[in-house]
Design a protein around this ligand. Structure first.
Ligand code: AGP
Length: 575
């Protein structure tokens, strides 16, 4: 049991405000060393006892990840009395046993991590060594903040950005020791570790709400800038596309004979859109896989396969494990990521960074549209190096991409139609989303936004699939969003308009996203959301905006916490 007075701690389940109240009621003594943690429950319910830190005698730890052999380690600790149901507490008792055997905190950490299986970021302090913090990471994020005469450890730079924007990346299986004299990083084996310093290119102001009610709403409205920032600097002085940070030779890219995109959630839907563009522009077969399925299906990949991972946070465990599997099969891996210094880009062969700035809202918005931009840029770059498109064709598509911020802004300016709709549909218990071609992943992403935020049944379908079952779901006044392709793609568009007529004939309330002059679409529409004229492959960039706004507003009207939806975390660092 904790030795009273050795470690001072306060912990509470639920919102941070609960802990603030506890500390106000029972203030902590002044200190120069502290550790803290917010938990996404994996083992044990979200209760006070299961919250972190976990204290064992003179030692306290906080832990992100899953210790997969915690049962076996609990058994090894036999006589120890556990205060929680968590896997994490095992690490606290293991640390105590090591320091009580005479090891310093660093050596104790080294001994403990050698016993652990699974994913972990562990941070530990020892009351009898009060000027030191030691941490270790495997398959879970950890970054060092380097301030003036102060140091920070965090899962994400956002935690210390108010104090310093200078940081150090930590690699896999590394131990970091912080003292007032500085930072020392070693490998789990004790050898000095290579580290890389970087400067965070956004500040706390960017991470604040700037007058919006939700970070998510702010981030929806930041998309014109996020898209234009992601497009910046992509042309060389000859007007050719350049992807500087890609660090992958054109010769290698010319040998690629298959592309596999792996991602989760919203990033996966961005990958589905990318498939249509990449295959059309490069004629390279492109598969899109859920990262959590990828390595278990024994995928056929080899050195000629290019694996593209998409991740806003760069720390998604499923995606990270997929990368490792791909690299074991000698495939080359390109990461599309929004977080400088994150694990996924560090473990990939090359990276294309999006420049959306910090995305705080759990529901991804500008992450999605900037992922689309990065995917389009990759597709055009592949087409360029493989000679599949002429320079003028690529320039024309890039010029259209440059006009996307303005097109997105138009959708944002027309928000009132969407907000009125959210008010009307506040009691909806089920909403369907339909689309064809790239409209299909747009429908899937629109449905995910609504699930995440409004906690209601929402489902995206390929419109052509309706007659194969889902049309049985159509009931009177059921809201059905439909994304209609541009008038330039008439065959595709005609079929979608027929689908709208089919659901409307069965009583659905049709909310149609279509070009303003699309009279056929208008004729089968109860509520029209006008889309600007963009080419088919780029249409998700504008079609997704009203779907994001709708989900955000409906959740707001329902009184939900839009930034921190129930049961969800911003970065899912456990498998
Ligand atoms: C999106 O709104 C969700 N928060 C979730 O699906 C997310 O896209 C997914 O967990 C992947 O996250 P990543 O992009 O950080 O890897």
């Amino acid at each position: 049991m904790p030795v009273e007075g050795a470690i001072e701690w306060r912990k509470r389940a639920g919102k941070i405000s609960n802990l603030e109240e506890e500390i106000a009621a029972r203030p902590l003594p002044p200190t120069s060393v502290a550790i803290g943690h917010t938990r996404w429950a994996t083992h044990g319910a979200p209760t006070d006892q299961n919250s972190h830190p976990h204290v064992a005698g003179r030692v306290a730890i906080v832990h992100n990840g899953i210790i997969e052999n915690h049962d076996q380690l609990r058994a090894e600790l036999g006589e120890v009395e556990f205060a929680s149901e968590t896997d994490s507490e095992v690490a606290a008792h293991l640390m105590l046993r090591e320091v009580e055997s005479g090891k310093g905190l660093v050596d104790a950490m080294r001994a403990v991590v050698a016993k652990l299986e699974g994913a972990f970021t562990l941070v530990a302090v020892d009351a009898q060594d009060p000027d030191r913090i030691v941490a270790a990471r495997r398959n879970s994020p950890l970054v060092v903040g380097v301030g003036s005469n102060e140091y920070f450890l965090a899962s994400d730079v956002a935690a210390f950005i108010a104090y310093t924007r200078d940081a150090i990346e930590l690699g896999q299986d590394q131990i970091v020791e912080l003292t007032r004299d500085g930072v020392n990083v070693t490998t789990f084996d004790g050898a000095p570790a290579e580290t890389k310093s970087f400067h965070v290119d956004w500040d706390l102001e960017a991470a604040q709400k700037q007058g919006f009610d939700w970070y998510m709403r702010k981030e929806i409205f930041e998309q014109p800038k996020a898209v234009s920032d992601t497009l910046l600097g992509r042309l060389n002085d000859k007007g050719e596309l350049q992807l500087d940070e890609l660090r992958m030779s054109p010769e290698l890219l010319r040998r690629v004979n298959k592309i596999v995109i792996v991602a989760c959630g919203t990033a996966f839907y961005a990958g589905l859109v990318a498939k249509y563009a990449i295959e059309h522009w490069t004629r390279i077969p492109c598969e899109v896989e859920l990262a959590s399925e990828f390595r278990y299906r024994d995928p056929i990949i080899d050195p000629m396969t290019l694996v593209v991972t998409i991740s806003q946070s760069g720390e998604t465990a499923d995606t990270l494990m997929a990368i490792r599997h791909a690299r074991e099969q000698h495939a080359k891996v390109i990461a599309i990521c929004n977080t400088n210094g994150a694990t996924i880009p560090r473990e990939s062969d090359a990276v294309i960074y999006t420049h959306a700035g910090p995305e705080i809202g759990v529901a991804s918005t500008k992450g999605f549209t900037t992922q689309l931009v990065a995917c389009y840029l990759l597709g055009l770059y592949l087409a360029q190096v493989r000679g599949m498109k002429y320079g003028d064709e690529i320039a024309a598509l890039l010029a259209e991409l440059e006009r996307m911020p303005e097109a997105i802004q138009k959708m944002l300016d027309a928000k009132s139609t969407v907000y009125d709709l959210a008010e009307e549909l506040v009691d909806a218990t089920s909403v369907l989303f339909l689309g064809r071609h790239v409209g299909y992943p747009s429908a899937l992403e629109g449905a995910l936004k609504l699930k995440e935020l409004a906690y209601i049944h929402a489902e995206g379908f390929a419109a052509g699939e309706l007659k194969h079952g889902p049309i049985a779901l159509i009931s009177q006044d059921l809201p059905v969003f439909v994304v209609v392709p541009p008038k330039g793609r008439d065959q595709l568009r005609d079929k979608v308009i027929s689908n709208i007529a089919e659901v409307r004939a069965r009583g659905a309330r049709t909310i149609v996203l279509a070009e303003a002059d699309d009279e056929e679409a208008r004729a089968v529409t109860d509520t029209l959301i006008e889309l600007p004229k963009v080419s088919t492959l780029l249409q998700p960039m504008v079609a997704i905006i009203p779907l994001q706004l709708f989900a955000c507003e409906l959740a707001t009207v329902k009184g939900h916490d839009v930034d921190q939806p129930r049961n969800l975390a911003k970065s899912v660092t456990v498998e």
